[in-house]
Design a protein around this ligand. Sequence first.
Ligand SMILES: [Zn+2]
Length: 421
Amino acid sequence: MPWIFVLLCLLVQSAQAGYQVTQVRSWQSPEHTRYVLDLSGPASYIISPDSTPGQVCVDLTSTALVPELPPEIKARGVVSHGHWSTQGDTLRISLDMKSEASPMVFELPPSGKSGYRLVIDLIEATHEDDASTTSTVQATSTPTQPVVAEVAPTTPAIQEKPAHGRDMVVAIDAGHGGQDTGAIGPGRIFEKNVTLAIARSLREQMLNVPGLKPVLTRSGDYFIPLAERREIARRHYHADIFISIHADASPSADASGASVFALSLKGANTATSRFARALAERENNADAVGGIKVSEHDGTLANVLADMVVEGSLEHSLRLGRDIIGELKGFSPLHSSHVEQAGFAVLKEPGMVSLLVENGFITNPSEEKKLKNPAYQHRLAQAILEGLHHYCEHNPLPGTWFALHRDDSSRVKSSLDTAAR
Ligand SMILES: [Zn+2]
């Protein structure tokens, strides 16, 4: 085919198609290989049912490739080769896998210098249970699943176990990471390391508790944007509960105590206290620190909150928060004795009961010492687990292990007691 004809075809296509892919970027984190497609507009996409465990195909409707982009796509991480193809006005990206990987695909709206983007994350089967190679927790192997079954949007990732009841999936989100250190204590202890240690301890303790399945959004020292943490929890793991782990900071070295936060009903500007608002602003800044600024318009927040109110997940977040505070107050000072509310970006996900736990002030010298102590980290994680367990027992979701074992509370209690040791 003469090149002029190819060029002409591309020009005709780009004229007909609604949107264009203007650039392809790729990189690798410890857990996944990522391809980002820069788009000229909000193109709709679907993970093609033609996908196989060895090849992931994503179709973008009414979309074309800008003529400057080559038809071949650079190999990276788990991807051995990739290419573009078109059928009618549908543009397909096909990525060949070196080993089995599950795709997670999501859009990002324009923010800062970036326009619309489509993100394709390829998570290798060995990372699916989020057991990091750097984790102190013993990695458990996960049976590999067919790629298509894993990504079909209507297929729950959690298989129903009729005789047993499915597990409640709990996404544990270690705040900050990578270039985003979070708050730094007077003894140079970084929040990102404290949060990861508590998250790992919580996961380790939860692994032994019947009815609960812990997953980590972050299992090593690397940066993840706030929106992606929610995406990992909800879209990839189909989490029921999301708990973001943090440590607090204050200009006053005297500020102390743990606190628990849910999303504010009225948005970021009407947090329940000045303290809550300042904190939400600081935690939301993580994306800017990490080099990404995902815009969170108030309109979006209003919609998210409306959804959460309708489905009751906000009310349930408050209930879970009260249960966790009830456990924390047994051994930790509390900065606030009730569940605070503010517009935390990381909590804005309908469909999940979502909380943020500030485990104490890293800027307070004596709390910093405690927060870096593995025994204290274990105790904090244990309190969160006990609160969570109490909540699940008293608010059992239909079809879950807790719903099926509702009247068997003594057994539940003893299993938690054993696991928590
Ligand atoms: Zn934080």
